[in-house]
Ligand binder design. Structure first.
Ligand SMILES: Cc1cc2nc3c(=O)[nH]c(=O)nc-3n(C[C@H](O)[C@H](O)[C@H](O)COP(=O)(O)OP(=O)(O)OC[C@H]3O[C@@H](n4cnc5c(N)ncnc54)[C@H](O)[C@@H]3O)c2cc1C
Length: 406
């Protein structure tokens, strides 16, 4: 059986690896020169256990995320033959309630406790599934003195330490690319823009534009994992979503912590348009602050071809604005000089989600992120990973649906 996987981000690569290791011949198409060159490497890699989503009182988002999170490291261990402890992960995140939060301290604290109970229940029988971390330890609210030592207490109304970590997406991309390059069952067609697909009697054909001109290839099954290109490709096969969506262009800033600097606490500011500090154990720090980093929104079928690495002067504006905003809350960041930070990189990409209004609106659908996953119509499958966290889990679901069709 031959399967065409459209898009070589984390979702497409996970589908390809899962299928190839089940004995299927896979061809990945990506418009870029390298795999994992868009949203997959532009994010902070938080492997969500659900603590972020106090804006979804049904808890459906939290439940969805924790299923994905508990599948993430096992998938990598299985397919990359790497033990969980060898992944470059972050210091666990402290959740901090911002004074302008859309939910009160009591609401957020209650939500975190509820989610943590659910995480514990979900971990039954797979206690080491989350990067080898023991998730059973209770959440801990920082004392006032501890909170004052780490954050500006006027802004940080409460702080709760959680076991949630992020995986360095650049390090992850290197491992995945290596696995794919070495895999005898996976062919990669780089610089190949997918422009359409058609159903044929016993196959699906895909139209591609590459430096060699237009080409067509037929497959037994096709998986659309194009992320921000997904809606456009689906339309060529007649599928149109019957609800509003938004593509949001969001950036983040990463750098190597100078050797004499104090590592900032990994912290996630909730609930609303705030941001995060992620301190990886390999010395990289990632910052994002929504008002500075959110640079564009599009409700079009195809969003503009947003740049992963913004040009000057936008690049410097995002870097200095983000560091300035987060320094107001995290005192250790005040010691850093944006002009001299080693390996400083501003990178970003599209976030695709159902919704009509931005997250400044407490009722925005963007606060609920559980309506994601794999949709299949015989030989054609499209995947909305929603989050990096979900990609390995949805890859397995997608692979389970790919069987010979008679
Ligand atoms: C700033 C930022 C922070 C984020 N933080 C987190 C986080 O902490 N945790 C989390 O779980 N998620 C996070 N996300 C979301 C996460 O990055 C995405 O959900 C996930 O990466 C999307 O799946 P993907 O990796 O397959 O997408 P992509 O990497 O965008 O892959 C899609 C691929 O398709 C290719 N492509 C697109 N159109 C075409 C076409 N027509 N023809 C050929 N190729 C095409 C692209 O080149 C690309 O390689 C964040 C996103 C951003 C932007």
């Amino acid at each position: 059986m031959r399967v065409g996987v459209l898009g070589g981000g984390l979702q497409g690569c996970c589908v390809a690896i899962e299928l190839a290791n089940r004995g299927v011949d896979v061809t990945i198409f990506d418009k870029n020169e390298a795999l994992l060159s868009r949203a997959a490497i532009a994010n902070e890699g938080k492997i969500h256990l659900g603590y972020m989503y106090a804006g979804d009182p049904t808890l459906s988002t939290a439940k969805t995320m924790m299923v994905g999170a508990l599948s993430f490291a096992p998938f990598l261990e299985r397919h990359l033959a790497l033990p969980a402890y060898s992944f470059s992960t972050s210091v666990p995140a402290t959740y901090v309630v911002h004074r302008d939060s859309q939910h009160s301290v009591e609401e957020v604290s209650g939500y975190l406790e509820t989610v943590h109970c659910m995480v514990n229940a979900a971990t039954e029988g797979k206690s080491r599934a989350y990067f080898g971390t023991d998730l059973r330890a209770p959440l801990r609210t920082l004392t006032a003195a501890e909170r004052e030592a780490e954050f500006d207490p006027e802004i940080a109304l409460a702080a709760v330490s959680t076991p949630e970590v992020a995986i360095n997406p650049t390090a992850l991309a290197l491992e995945i690319r290596k696995c794919i390059d070495d895999h005898p069952k996976i062919e990669v067609r780089r610089n190949s823009t997918v422009i359409g697909a058609e159903k044929e009697t016993v196959s699906i054909s895909v139209r591609i534009e590459s430096p060699n001109g237009r080409q067509q290839s037929s497959f037994d099954h096709v998986v659309n994992a194009l992320w921000d290109g997904r809606f456009a490709l689906n339309e060529t096969l007649g599928y149109r979503a019957n609800r509003p969506w938004l593509h949001r262009l969001k950036y983040g800033v990463s750098f190597r912590l100078p050797s004499n600097a104090i590592p900032p606490p990994s912290s996630t500011f909730v609930s609303g348009p705030f941001g995060e500090v992620v301190t990886y154990r390999d010395g990289i720090v990632y910052l994002t602050w929504y008002p500075e980093c959110l640079q564009a929104i599009s409700a079009d079928v195809t969003p503009p071809d947003w740049q992963t690495y913004p040009l000057e002067p936008l690049r410097s504006r995002i870097a200095s604005g983000t560091l300035r905003a987060l320094s107001e809350i995290v005192p250790t960041l005040r010691e850093l000089n944006v002009e001299s930070l080693p390996e400083i990189t501003v990178k970003g990409g599209a976030i695709v989600a159902w919704g009509k209004t931005d997250i400044y609106d407490p009722n925005s659908e963007l606060h609920c992120r559980f309506e994601i996953g794999v949709t299949s119509d015989e030989r054609f499958h499209f995947v909305d990973p929603g989050k990096l966290t979900m990609a390995p889990y949805f890859a397995e679901i997608c692979a389970d649906r790919i069987r010979p069709v008679h």
